[in-house]
Design a protein around this ligand. Sequence first.
Ligand code: DX5
Ligand code: ZN
Length: 218
Amino acid sequence: MIKVAPSILSADLANLARDVEEIRAACADYVHFDVMDGAFVPNISMGVPVLASLRKATDMFLDAHLMVDRPVRYVEQFCKAGADLVNVHVEADTPENISAALEKIRACGKKTGVTLKPGTPAEAVLPWLEQVDLVLVMTVEPGFGGQRFMADMLPKIRAIRGWIEERGLACELEVDGGVDAETAPLCIQAGANVLVAGSAVFGKPDRAAAIRAIRGAE
Ligand code: DX5
Ligand code: ZN
């Protein structure tokens, strides 16, 4: 089953609860929550207080994508604020601290994810592949919505899907960046099962039709 995770980076943040209710009614699967610290990426978005407020407004699955340096410092706060899954970049700290971050997330009873930037090889996921619930492959440089999909990331998606299958893991494989009705089928073909889409959902007047088009249902 293909899951669609609209990124609220492209939502109307002054009407966040309304926009999230709209995608819930449109059968979106996850809410993708982009956290940017102005250091790991050259942009600042939103953080713990916004996630805590959103948690009160919806029962949807909250997928927190931390584009943050040394995320081990913050993962517990995001878990306590109500994230269902917390995703950390493998480039954001030492391997020891990434493992410590994942352990903290698990200790809070939440799902774990690791994310790879475009320049990071697929193999970088291997130390964590058997212990995480989700791997996220970035198909744009993290930091901004509305960028062009990098088709040269498809072999990376294919390689990681192969390893998940070989090992018989339940791990989900998510893609993020430039995903729309045209690029989604390429991601699905390569083995992704969770598709993040910001501008391709919230940039369209009919969000339900946009989600159906990305899922491949029309
Ligand atoms: C980019 C973020 C994405 C972004 C995707 O750094 O991680 O989640 O919102 O936006 P689109 O779908 O417009 O590329
Ligand atoms: Zn994201």
